[in-house]
Design a protein around this ligand. Structure first.
Ligand SMILES: Cc1ncc(COP(=O)(O)OP(=O)(O)O)c(N)n1
Ligand SMILES: Cc1ncsc1CCOP(=O)(O)O
Length: 225
């Protein structure tokens, strides 16, 4: 990948992102649109539909709703795991885990278009991902164990401190068990961007929750990455 983050409009938008929401398809599409309008009005910068139970056709139907909501609010649309679905949905981002498509293969399918994000769970994996051409951002965690990703041990705040110490040249996000009550610990560990699920999807007032995250995340400067 090139490191010309700010010369590419999509990478510039990613560099500005602080709050990344993953949501499942538990809501009907009309309710999903309303929920997303609230979360995006509150300050969510990127939305991923993360629902392992959907077939591609259903996923695309839901992604239309997410695409429209992101367009209304100028946010980035992210697709999890599948390069074909990302292309078909006109996604801005494809997010890949350690066991998903290798980045060069995904890039071959995607061409120059969407950005690619990579999950990491140790500082060594983060360093490795940063060294890979084509990785546009990292996501590291789970910081705390979470029912949203069962069976995965907590990596702890130490993972965030170690990742921050690497001074990643690309944006990096902390994930896993993050909520408004522990956000200060996440920020103190050096993270400046977060991915959240339940803290917004389960919030009584998703707009207020997103606004509180965004205000506190945007109060601090980010590094070049
Ligand atoms: C933005 C973002 N970050 C991390 C993940 C987790 O991806 P992965 O490790 O591949 O796990 P699954 O989501 O596939 O269960 C993500 N999806 N999005
Ligand atoms: C997808 C994923 N990958 C690592 S933790 C996680 C889920 C985070 O969800 P929550 O914010 O509800 O803890």
């Amino acid at each position: 990948m090139t490191d010309s983050l700010l010369s590419d409009p999509l990478r510039a938008r990613l560099a500005d992102a602080r709050l990344y929401l993953c949501t499942d398809a538990r809501r009907e599409r009309g309710d999903l649109a309303e929920f997303l309008d609230a979360a995006l009005a509150g300050g969510v910068d990127a939305v991923q539909l993360r629902d392992k139970g959907l077939e591609a056709r259903q996923e695309l139907e839901y992604l239309e709703v997410v695409r429209d909501a992101c367009d209304r609010h100028g946010a980035l649309l992210s697709v999890n795991d599948r390069a074909d679905v990302a292309l078909a949905a006109g996604a801005d981002i494809l997010h890949l885990g350690q066991n998903d498509l290798p980045v060069p293969h995904a890039r071959r399918i995607l061409g120059e278009g969407p950005l690619i994000g990579r999950s990491t769970s140790t500082p060594a994996l983060a360093a490795d991902a940063m060294a890979q051409p084509g990785v546009d951002y990292l996501c590291t965690g789970p910081t705390w164990a979470t029912p949203t990703k069962p069976g995965r041990a907590a990596a702890g705040l130490e993972l965030l401190r170690a990742t921050a110490a690497l001074r990643p040249p690309r944006p990096w996000f902390a994930i896993g068990g993050i909520d408004l009550a522990n956000l200060d610990e996440v920020l103190a560990a050096g993270a400046r961007r977060v991915v959240v699920v339940r803290a917004i999807t389960d919030a009584e007032d998703p707009e207020a929750a997103a606004r509180a995250f965004a205000r506190r995340l945007r109060a601090l400067p980010v590094d070049a990455g």
